[in-house]
Design a binder for this molecule. Sequence first.
Ligand code: ADP
Ligand code: MG
Length: 290
Amino acid sequence: MELKLEHISKSYGKNKALSDFSMTFTPGIYALLGPNGSGKSTLMNIITDNLKADAGDIFFDGENVKKMGVRFREKIGFMPQYPGLYPNFTAREFLFYMATLKDIPKKQMKDVVEEVLSAVELSDVARQKISSFSGGMKQRLALAQATLGDPEIIILDEPTAGLDPKQRISVRNYISSIALKKIVIIATHVVSDIEFIAKDAIILKKGVVIDDASPAVLTKKMEHKVWSLHCRDSEVPFYESRYRVTSISKAENDFVNLRVLSETKPTEVAEILSPTLEDYYLSVFGKLGI
Ligand code: ADP
Ligand code: MG
């Protein structure tokens, strides 16, 4: 299975949201990583045919998806960034409704719905109205509907937004458990969401792909560039003015430990650290995505 995007571009007025995006996706988890405004949602809405590109083509196994129409859309499970859920439905009713839209055979429907409810840990509240749900519960319900019917391509736009750390981990585990033999594309600005599950991270900055490699390869680019530095509180502004300081943690008395990105050793007492994907992200974008 292959999903091929060729020279996709999209502008809103003079604002180029996506510039000449080309990529070939095969089964596995891909991350679309970049801060707000980098064009992630624009790309996902184009792939799922919710938005028309200005230019470019998409092919599924060699066939133009424009020609395939419904046949292509049926292969996709999509969790939009701002999912429209029906507040007056219960979670179970909503999933039955979505399963009907997806033409899941009546006989299988109950099993399929119960399975996804359980996978996202919503079985206990399946009879409650969506209007009573917290943000995290709505987010998990939106994820559940994207996976209904075992689609070959799953597109998730910021799937962990609004989740607490424990729910993030469970959503991450769920995504990797269903990803086998599927093309899964996850848009996020949260590095830890994809660091250990994505085979490939596509780094988007202002609509342009600036890097594309496995998290391990991207992380390796930061080797010999991440340092730990022990200094006084009062010295922090000095280091911040010279280096990219990516974290500050309290140490004893009025001392702190800094994590510093630098091509060269920042001071005699600095110690080298193993890099993480977050170091890479911070070196590219300056700050964690908001
Ligand atoms: P991301 O999902 O990475 O935050 P988006 O795809 O939402 O990025 O946005 C990319 C760029 O396109 C941003 O500059 C954003 O302001 C702009 N944009 C997105 N949607 C619209 C729209 N409907 N109308 C005008 N500009 C838009
Ligand atoms: Mg977005």
